[in-house]
Design a protein around this ligand. Structure first.
Ligand code: COA
Length: 374
């Protein structure tokens, strides 16, 4: 490798609207009551299952989530709709996802002290893209005036870390001078707000990161990427079946299987040990122990998962400063969660401090980066 590869800046765009657990539960319970009344006979004969009621206390205790941000709030709390109302834009208008990506990208460029001329690759990495082509990344590239190339990549909750791996490899191979990785996580259209088990999990956000060579860094807070590590293992326990073949399947695009669904308990049990083992092995590559890591920017899916993983690694509960949690206000934002934590909690770190950025989620997929403050 010719030069060290560095994260030189990051950006965060937070939507204007938020939905509290209480608001969400009120809407869901109103919908459930209506559903149970309408389907009374079918429920009594055992043909249809009654909708159980949700509770804000359960949600906070089971997940650590108190509130989530949404790109558009209209429609989500309407018990006759139970999904956001996002007006369709014309083909000559900026797409919703490109718009939120650009907000985060501009803030990352500013923090990295870079302009569009300094960037030659744009990667849009997230859990869903709102269309197949042209790539959202190319739309973002055009809107920002970046010369070079861009592409989209989907790896569910690990899209951001996997894109940082690609950026790292391009810099190391000398095929890029500076890469902008953007994560426009527009999750709300895929949430099943009629499902008690998952209606509370996700929020919308956009994050972005600039990756470049150490020689060109001029920003104040830069982190060398010491290495990257990824692993995937096929699992049906977190799944969405919505796709371009749905139309040819003659299947219902509103059916529950077309939206996010999961076997939450199984995910919890299987992913936590996988993530802890992955992180231990990754740190060992640098003869580092968990105690030497000053900051843990972990995936934000569930507070109990993060507590379990860090307890396995450290043998104790980490402090809030060591392993920051953003779930309470942002909820699960798919691949952006660990990047939000990084964005909000890195400025106090000292030169030589180590940090571990790690995602875990659908696939299963786990991605991590060992970082060192310059
Ligand atoms: N309100 C009230 N009660 C609820 C509820 C809600 N919204 N959702 C579920 N419950 C009930 C269940 O029906 C169940 O009742 P029972 O014991 O009478 O059957 C009980 O609460 C426990 O449900 P369970 O699904 O086992 O809860 P949990 O403690 O596993 O928490 C998750 C659910 C989703 C928060 C948790 O499994 C989880 O976070 N898993 C990790 C996976 C993840 O977050 N993936 C995101 C994608 S990366």
């Amino acid at each position: 490798m010719s030069s060290s590869v560095v994260i030189s800046g990051s950006g965060l765009w937070t939507p204007e609207y938020s939905v509290s657990n209480e608001e969400l539960v009120d809407a869901y319970n109103g919908y459930a009551e209506q559903f149970n009344l309408t389907n009374k006979d079918a429920i009594n004969s055992g043909e249809v299952a009654a909708k159980p009621f949700s509770s804000a206390e359960f949600i906070e205790k089971a997940s650590g989530i108190c509130s989530r941000y949404t790109y558009i709030k209209d429609g989500i709390l309407d018990i006759h709709r139970m999904r956001p109302l996002i007006p369709q834009r014309n083909e000559d208008e900026l797409s919703d996802q490109a718009e939120i990506a650009i907000h985060a990208a501009k803030s990352a460029l500013k923090s990295a002290n870079k302009t569009a001329d300094d960037i030659d690759v744009v990667i849009v990495a997230c859990a869903y893209t709102q269309r197949s082509y042209p790539a959202i990344a190319i739309e973002v590239q055009e809107a920002l005036g970046i010369k070079g190339f861009g592409f989209d990549m989907l790896v569910a909750c690990s899209a951001a870390t996997f894109a940082l791996h690609r950026a790292y490899e391009m810099l190391a191979a000398g095929t890029a001078k500076s890469v902008l990785v953007v994560n426009p996580e527009l999750t709300s259209p895929q949430v099943n707000y009629c499902d008690r088990d998952s209606h509370f999990i996700f929020g919308d956000v956009a994050t972005a990161v600039v990756v470049e060579n150490k020689e060109t860094v001029t920003s104040e807070h830069a982190f060398e990427i010491l290495s990257t590590k990824a692993v995937t293992q096929y699992s049906n326990n977190i799944r969405s079946n919505f796709g371009y073949v749905s139309r040819a399947n003659d299947s219902d695009p509103f059916a529950a299987d077309k939206l996010f669904h999961q076997a939450g308990r199984k995910v919890f049990k299987e992913v936590c040990p996988m993530a802890a083992e992955h992180i231990t092995e990754h740190l060992a590559r640098h003869q580092l122990t968990s105690e030497q890591v000053n900051r843990w920017w972990l995936h934000q899916a569930n507070i109990n998962m993060n507590t379990l993983i860090t307890r396995k690694l450290l043998g104790r509960e980490p402090s809030k400063q060591e392993a920051p949690i953003v779930l309470d206000t942002y909820a699960n934002t798919a691949s952006a969660g660990s990047i939000i934590a990084f964005n909000l909690y890195h400025q106090d770190m000292q030169a030589g401090d180590y940090g571990l950025l790690c995602s875990f989620g659908a696939g299963y997929s786990i991605g991590s980066l060992v970082l060192k403050k310059l």
